[in-house]
Design a protein around this ligand. Structure first.
Ligand SMILES: [Zn+2]
Length: 67
């Protein structure tokens, strides 16, 4: 039996593609670990390039958190 629950983490991703509309604009998203490396993959929607700048988020996002 396998009990492989996908591990999700929040990462801050930043597109470094020159000329991309969101170049150097960090955003936070939820990522699921892949079975094969690279562990976390994300494609920048505006430019279609793989995001290579992924950094762990210090604190998890809490939508119901206090202001
Ligand atoms: Zn981009």
């Amino acid at each position: 039996m396998s009990n492989d629950e996908p591990t999700s983490v929040y990462l801050t991703a930043t597109c470094r593609t020159p000329g991309c509309p969101v170049e150097n604009q960090p955003f936070t998203a939820q990522f699921y670990a892949n079975a094969e490396p690279p562990t976390y993959r994300c494609i920048c929607l505006p430019c279609g390039q793989h995001l290579t700048d992924l950094a762990p988020v210090a604190a998890p996002i809490d939508p119901a958190g206090t202001v």
